[in-house]
Design a protein around this ligand. Structure first.
Ligand SMILES: Cc1cc2nc3c(=O)[nH]c(=O)nc-3n(C[C@H](O)[C@H](O)[C@H](O)COP(=O)(O)OP(=O)(O)OC[C@H]3O[C@@H](n4cnc5c(N)ncnc54)[C@H](O)[C@@H]3O)c2cc1C
Length: 380
């Protein structure tokens, strides 16, 4: 009987769990090491586009992840007075669902457990080697045929392998939280939509994620201390976005999380038998809602590229083929997410014109939605 190949994964976030489930479903013996004392999602809600939904289907996590999800009909940009700058209908054959992050993480965790993945919490990885090793405090080393660093933007695995080309923190960040949904929250022109409102350098994004909860993202530059303060300065935000005061007033029942955006780029996504996936390898600004989708998609693809391997000496070449397949689209997404963010710094009136012009251009729309329209490796 041939022995199962073994994989160890640093990080039990969206990307780590997707990678672990995909490997285990292909016969690998997989252990995930997560530094928190439990698997815990940070950041309230999440947009999952068609590509990410296809990955969830392939992992057998779709039903659970999307149970009770919200499916919007339009993505709408509005100015500070509530006028519509641009209203993009979401095509019926291109799914976009929004869910609480905790629901997505639970669904991925359960897919892992069904496939036999071991999840070890309270386990901080402090480094890695190209020999498939993860390093832990007290000189503890765990070795496997394959190691994968899916340990987020400050990845220790990436750093210790010397793979980093760039880790840039952008000027913008967001306060993210959930509020309870109430009847009458949305007027007749608002129902069923994702709505992003702009006022100077501040933005207010409203995302229903279920019948009971709405995810709010309050975006501003990190040096806008009044706007990014915690507890949230509700008076300030309600003054900037008065038509949404009723939602802003409800902030406070759930945790609020502040974070600036990161962009990471690496000269390679692997060294020897150790790979990096997700934000560790290719973090992007959240403007296209694709960072999580890319993390899951590239995690599944990694497992597909390792399918059929029985000798660990073949792993490094398979990892190079995986990167060659996925890197171009991932970097396209990173570029366009950053470009989209640049409109923030235009004066309001110019921004409105640029947005209207750009998004009505089919070529621009095709670039922005290229990842969403892509059929990920390993999905039908
Ligand atoms: C404001 C904002 C909004 C976003 N909105 C969307 C969206 O709508 N749709 C979308 O697809 N993406 C979105 N993203 C991006 C998305 O959140 C990330 O791309 C995604 O979470 C990346 O997954 P990951 O598993 O690579 O990293 P993470 O989700 O960061 O998970 C990393 C995991 O590793 C653990 N860890 C870290 N260090 C160690 C260590 N040393 N040892 C062990 N464990 C460790 C962490 O605790 C965590 O559990 C958004 C991002 C931001 C900032």
């Amino acid at each position: 009987m041939t022995q199962k190949l073994t994989a160890i994964v640093a990080g039990g976030g969206i990307g780590g769990l997707a990678t672990a489930a995909a490997l285990a479903q292909r016969g690998w013996d997989v252990t995930v090491y997560e530094r928190q004392d439990a698997l815990r999602a940070v950041g309230a809600g999440i947009y999952i586009w068609e590509n990410g939904l296809r990955v969830l289907e392939a992992l057998g996590a779709y039903e659970e992840a999307t149970s009770g999800a919200f499916r919007g009909t339009h993505f709408e940009q509005r100015d500070a007075q509530g006028n519509i700058i641009e209203s993009a209908p979401i095509e019926a054959d291109k799914r976009l669902l929004t869910v609480p992050r905790s629901t997505l993480l639970d669904a991925l965790k359960n897919a892992c457990l069904r496939a036999g993945v071991r999840i070890v919490t309270h386990a901080e990885v402090i480094g890695a080697t190209s020999r498939g090793e993860l390093l832990f405090p007290n000189n503890e080393v765990v070795q496997a045929d394959l190691a994968v660093g899916v340990d987020g933007i400050w990845s220790k695995v990436r750093a210790s392998l010397g793979l980093e080309l760039l880790h840039e923190q952008t000027r913008e960040g967001a306060l993210r939280t959930m509020i309870p949904a109430e009847p009458g929250d949305f007027g007749p022109n608002d129902v069923g939509k994702y709505i992003e409102c702009w006022n100077g350098l501040r933005r207010f994004l409203i995302t229903p994620v279920s019948e009971h909860e709405t995810y709010l993202a309050l975006t501003c530059p990190h040096d806008d201390k009044d706007a990014r303060s915690m507890p949230v300065n509700k008076e300030l935000w309600a003054k900037d976005f008065p038509q949404w005061k009723h939602l802003i007033d409800r902030i406070g029942s759930a945790p609020v999380n502040w974070g600036v955006y990161s962009v990471t780029r690496c000269h390679a996504w692997s060294a020897g038998r150790t790979a990096i996936v997700g934000d560790a390898a290719h973090a992007q600004t959240p403007n296209l809602g694709q960072g999580g989708g890319m993390a899951m998609q590239n995690g599944l693809s990694l497992a597909v590229h390792l399918e059929g391997i029985s000798d660990k000496r073949d792993i490094p070449d398979a990892l190079e083929r995986w990167e060659a397949t996925e890197r171009e689209l991932t970097e396209h997404c990173q570029r366009w997410a950053s470009l989209y963010g640049e409109v923030t710094y235009l004066p309001d009136e110019i921004r409105n014109r640029v947005m209207r012009g750009a998004m009505s251009d089919p070529w621009v729309a095709a670039q922005v939605f290229r990842a969403a329209n892509h059929t990920p490796t390993g999905t039908k």
